[in-house]
Design a protein around this ligand. Structure first.
Ligand SMILES: Nc1ncnc2c1ncn2[C@@H]1O[C@H](COP(=O)(O)OP(=O)(O)OP(=O)(O)O)[C@@H](O)[C@H]1O
Length: 295
């Protein structure tokens, strides 16, 4: 089995004593070297999971192992970019990068960090962080994260405020980092169509629970999109079915051929995720590499 980047066993967390559970009994594994999409609707628990993996929150239940240790043990080897991209507003861009250098002795890649802030309409080194736009701050935050040359990057909706060109460039920089250095990237996003082209692993959360986890390809291959006359679908686990006039469209588990006028197609990742989100009662599915080994 390949090395493990993140392993959660029965992980649970509630905010406050009477708080609703943000995560509930989550067990899954993300192997090292993957680019993993963390998907799920608002309030699914994505930011909570990333903050736990970054060691900023502690689990109330269960356990979370990151790069083989506790999140606080491995902090040096992990880069975390939170949704609100906290940076020091009074520092300049150059001072922020210098801080990155000082905080990461022996690891810091100044050339890469500089390139990220300079690419596509460079940021003035003397510009104060407080004077930057949201998207420009994101570039500085990602430069700090990439400059650290981490083994694991935890990115909470990093691209949300970037223009399409900057988004494209930074996605390419992340993919190069993953390919050249085997960095594991866990990236939360609501833009499902973008995840399909960039991510080879998926973790879908909903209501604080794991719904899908595993290789993108294998999860897609484990489902079939069937279209045909309105009728029962015997012998299939139906994730979601919808009727339009006399036609039924159903996402089912399995890839068996069906007769009787049914047309079978491979779902896109977006279709797969959307069908699961629209059907909260569909059973969860984890591929073997995402299952936690029972001791
Ligand atoms: N600091 C907090 N105090 C109390 N409840 C919180 C706090 N942060 C998150 N929650 C609750 O925990 C649950 C999970 O929130 P979380 O931010 O992890 O979801 P998310 O999947 O990242 O959502 P989004 O896509 O909107 O960013 C939600 O019900 C949310 O209201």
């Amino acid at each position: 089995m390949t090395a493990t980047a993140i392993e959660a066993t029965g992980l649970g967390l509630a905010y406050g004593r009477r708080g609703r559970r943000a995560l509930h009994d989550c067990s899954f594994r993300i192997p090292a070297g993957r680019v993993c999409a963390l998907a799920g609707p608002n309030g699914a628990g994505k930011s909570t999971l990333l903050a736990l993996a970054a060691g900023l929150l502690r689990p109330a239940d269960g356990a979370l192992r990151v790069l083989g240790g506790t999140p606080s043990d491995v902090r040096e080897r992990v880069a975390y970019v939170a949704q609100e991209k906290p940076l020091y507003p009074q520092l300049t861009v150059a001072e922020t990068l210098r801080m990155g250098h000082e905080l990461n002795p022996g690891r810091w890649d100044a050339t890469l960090a500089e390139r990220i802030v300079q690419e596509g309409g460079g940021l003035e080194p003397g510009a104060r962080i407080r004077s930057l736009s949201g998207g420009q701050r994101t570039r500085v935050a990602l430069a700090l994260a990439l400059g650290k040359r981490p083994e694991l990057m935890l990115l909470d909706e990093p691209m949300a405020d970037l223009d399409p060109l900057a988004r494209h460039r930074l996605t390419a920089a992340l993919m190069t980092q993953a390919a050249d250095h085997g960095t594991t990237i866990v990236i939360s996003s609501h833009i499902l169509s973008e995840l399909e082209t960039t991510c080879d692993y998926v973790l879908l959360l909903d209501g604080g629970r794991v719904r899908l986890a595993g290789e993108t390809e294998d999860l897609i291959a484990a489902h079939t999109l069937l279209t045909g006359p309105v009728a029962d679908l015997p012998d299939h686990t139906v994730v979601e079915s919808r009727t339009t006039g006399r036609q039924l469209t159903a996402l089912v588990r399995g890839s068996r051929a069906v007769g009787g006028g049914w047309q079978a197609a491979t779902p896109s990742l977006e279709e797969l995720l959307m069908a699961h989100l629209r059907s909260p009662d569909a059973p969860a599915l984890l591929t073997p590499s995402a299952e936690v080994a029972v001791a």
